[in-house]
Design a protein around this ligand. Structure first.
Ligand code: SAM
Ligand code: FES
Length: 344
């Protein structure tokens, strides 16, 4: 059996087969075949629905030094901000009015937001919006914190594994950051009953096809409900400022692959994809993605959550972002829905 048929039938491959398949990301026949299979699968499980998640970037303080990230602790030039609880709740109110039923609280690893502070925010959001899902994306924290937040009502957690290959992970992060602790966090989150999102960037410095094969093997083993994949984009104040950005084509190819690997997965067409290509998110949806994440953060803070250069959607009000995305989703042949959109 050839590897494409094997992937479609068994929804997984061996490492050497992954490497062979990934080496064909520029073969138009292979790209088309995988894209069509991916679109068929997403249609089988999700029809033409695209789910929205309202993203609230509530702090750009971070104690980590991830080499690729524009808000890492070494960047002295970025102006740091934290939203108050009231500002976060205003974002939710605004988002709820616009039809959002999932809020994603994302930020750097900011010690100001202690377990108790986050617990309090979760309780308040869940009290006001019991019909909404709440997703956290605030990095590596202790089992006890994850437990407290789950008890307070958090439903989902996004923590990209970033790189499943030990050597690549270490070349993208300072020595004190360990792949083993990231893996432990992801397993803890699963055990606590969160719907979990893992993922990685496409094309950070030094990433090989073998590394990507390891990412795919890791995803199959973890079976996350969500997978975030976007191109690496250099940021001018990081050590990777002169590096090349990741490829759009390879990102789209990987979106199709991940849809086939985990057919029911919730897969965002990311802002990074939209930053690299004005039609990037539409292309992502047509490659198998089924989630978009409009920004609900206050406009005054948007530019400061500066992960990579030329990030899009930093000037618009939330309502404009939604209108724009809804038109984009329709132009790709899909329909934006106002539902919690839990994993199947
Ligand atoms: N602190 C949390 C964490 O680390 O999971 C959430 C915020 S972090 C900024 C969110 C994601 O942004 C990371 O998982 C990373 O993959 C992505 N990211 C950071 N810098 C990037 C860059 N230069 N290009 C593309 N994506 C980037
Ligand atoms: Fe912490 Fe990027 S280094 S959010």
């Amino acid at each position: 059996m050839d590897i494409i048929s094997k992937l479609m039938e068994e929804h997984q491959l061996e490492k050497a087969e992954w490497i062979e398949l990934l080496s064909k990301s520029e073969d138009p026949f292979v790209v088309k075949e995988l894209r069509e299979a991916a679109v068929k699968l997403r249609k089988r499980y999700y029809g033409d629905k695209v789910f929205t998640r309202g993203l609230i970037e509530f702090t750009n303080y971070c104690k980590n030094g991830c080499y690729y990230c524009g808000i890492n602790r070494e960047n002295r030039k970025v102006k740091r901000y934290r939203l108050t609880e009231e500002e976060i709740l205003d974002c939710c109110e605004n988002g709820y009015g616009l039809g959002f039923r999932t809020f994603v609280l994302q930020g750097g690893e900011d010690g100001y937001f202690t377990t108790d502070r986050i617990t309090e925010i979760i309780r308040e959001i869940k009290k006001r919006y019991p019909d909404c899902a709440l997703t956290l994306s605030i990095g590596e924290r202790s089992y006890e914190s994850y437990l407290a937040w789950r008890k307070a009502g958090a439903d989902r957690y996004l923590l990209r594994h970033e790189a499943a290959s030990e050597s690549l992970y270490q070349s993208l992060h300072p020595a004190e950051m360990k792949l083993s602790s990231r893996r432990k966090c992801l397993h803890d989150l699963k055990e606590l009953g969160y719907q979990v999102g893992a993922g990685f960037m496409v094309g950070p410095p030094g990433q090989s096809l073998e590394d990507l094969a390891e990412d795919l093997l890791f995803l199959k083993e973890l079976e996350p409900q969500m997978v975030g994949i976007g191109p690496f984009i250099p940021h001018h104040e990081t050590r990777f400022s002169e590096e090349k950005a990741g490829s759009i084509e390879l990102t789209l190819f990987l979106l199709s692959i991940v849809r086939i690997l985990l057919p029911k997965v919730l897969l965002p067409a990311t802002t990074a994809l939209g930053t690299m290509d004005p039609e990037g998110r539409e292309k992502g949806l047509r490659a198998g993605a089924n989630v978009v994440m409009p920004n609900l953060s206050p406009v005054k803070n948007r530019k400061l959550y500066d992960l990579y250069d030329n990030k899009i959607c930093t000037g618009e009000e939330a309502a404009e972002c939604c209108g724009c995305l809804s038109r984009r989703v329709e132009s790709a042949g899909y329909r934006l829905v106002a539902e919690r959109g839990d994993a199947l």
